[in-house]
Design a protein around this ligand. Structure first.
Ligand code: PLP
Length: 380
């Protein structure tokens, strides 16, 4: 048996997504940019996918740009706005590297979070004022809805109020890549004018994503090419990917309340069980401010990378943080930003649950992890 606790890295495909994709791939192949009947069918499929996804995101179809995933959506949001308006980007210190990397490249500002992992709103206000005092303009502020490592949910409505007050011309972007399975993004991301999502985090295919661009916000595209997506994202549409993403989004929204209820109970049983069975274990962040699917713990005296190997041998797929960081020996920037020491950060374990998580997987984790931690501690 394999117990899969890495849904924050990627999720299994939902059957609705498989059906939508296979239904298209078997017998269809058109390029949606052409004008003949085969192309028209592809265009119709893309537009139907757009309508479905737009409903799930609380957007108008014309506000949805299809991309290759979360990384591209984040890059397009930040670079596109900065190139359009001039000015610098600002983001929180716990953003995914797809946001942080752009902010660093463009000599923007990174605003801190508190020890609770929530953005420090006073510090954000000070950051926005500093930029203005230095004679620069803030082009875009990016604060994620939910963090990929800890699951901590940011107070986006309050962030929006600070931005409106102190940098009224700035565009607000939120990376909702991790939030979508667990939060009503249509409503909770509504204060943001730009919203990134990625299909493979909610049961859709890898390599498909979207950026919502509201209120006529203008962007300079990342790519030069055929002018698809109303000149905002060139490149032939991934029709099957779009249909799979749209079907997965619809299924996620339709089942979200029930999934959250079930998975939150599983997550709580898992975390409470581990805290009770593993001495010197600490849960990262307050569960009241976390998605239902994220569990994040630190076990004093072990190295995450060693623990992951032992767990893998026992059939448990987990992660030490974000997928891109696993294998790297640097401590997680997210945990360090929360004031967690590098050595504590290196002893962390992320268990991310999903819509398919079973009670048997929780049982396996509860029986294997305490033993694995105690073996590693004895070794060191
Ligand atoms: N943003 C967040 C918060 C993520 O968790 C991820 C992926 O882990 C990304 C962006 C990048 O998404 P993608 O893998 O679709 O490029």
């Amino acid at each position: 048996m394999v117990a899969y606790f890495d849904n924050a890295a990627t999720t299994p495909l939902r059957p609705e997504a498989v059906r939508a994709m296979v239904g298209w791939l078997e017998g269809h192949y058109g390029n949606s940019s052409g004008s003949h009947s085969v192309s028209r069918l592809a265009r119709q499929a893309v537009e139907e996918g757009r309508q479905t996804l737009a409903r799930a995101l609380g957007a108008h179809p014309g506000e949805v740009i299809f991309t290759s995933g979360g990384t591209e959506s984040d890059n397009l949001a930040l670079s596109g706005v900065c190139d359009q308006r001039g000015g610098v980007p600002v983001c929180s210190s716990v953003e995914h590297h797809a946001v942080l990397g752009v902010v660093e490249d463009r000599k923007g500002r990174v605003s801190p979070v508190g020890l609770d992992g929530l953005i420090d709103l006073d510090a954000l206000a000070a950051t926005l004022c500093d930029v203005a005092a230095g004679g620069e303009e803030v082009a875009v502020v990016s604060v994620m809805l939910a963090n990929n490592e800890t699951g901590i949910i940011q107070p986006l409505a309050e962030v929006a109020r600070v931005v409106r007050r102190l940098a009224p011309r700035a565009v607000l972007h939120t990376d909702a890549v991790q939030a979508f399975p667990w939060m009503d993004v249509a409503q909770l991301a509504s204060p943001a004018q730009l919203v990134s999502v990625s299909a493979h985090k909610f049961g859709g295919p890898q390599g498909a994503g979207a950026l919502v661009v509201r209120d006529g916000v203008r962007l300079v595209p990342l790519h030069k090419g055929g002018g698809q997506e109303r000149d905002r994202r060139s490149g032939t549409h991934n029709v099957a990917g779009i249909l799979g993403m749209a079907a997965a989004a619809q299924a996620t929204v339709e089942t979200r309340t029930e999934t959250i209820r079930r998975v939150r109970a599983q997550r709580d049983r898992l975390v409470d069980g581990l805290l009770a069975r593993v001495p010197d274990s600490i849960e990262t962040g307050d569960r009241a401010f976390k998605t239902s699917g994220h569990a994040h713990l630190r076990f004093d005296g072990i190295q995450s990378e060693e623990l992951l190997v032992v767990l893998d041998e026992a059939g448990i797929c987990a992660s030490a943080g974000s997928a891109c960081a696993s294998g790297a020996l640097d401590p997680s920037h997210v945990l360090v930003a929360m004031g967690i020491s590098p050595s504590q950060a290196m002893s962390s374990l992320r268990l991310s649950l999903g819509a398919n998580t079973t009670e048997a997987e929780i049982d396996l984790a509860l029986s294997v992890i305490p033993q694995a931690v105690s073996t590693l501690r004895a070794r060191s």
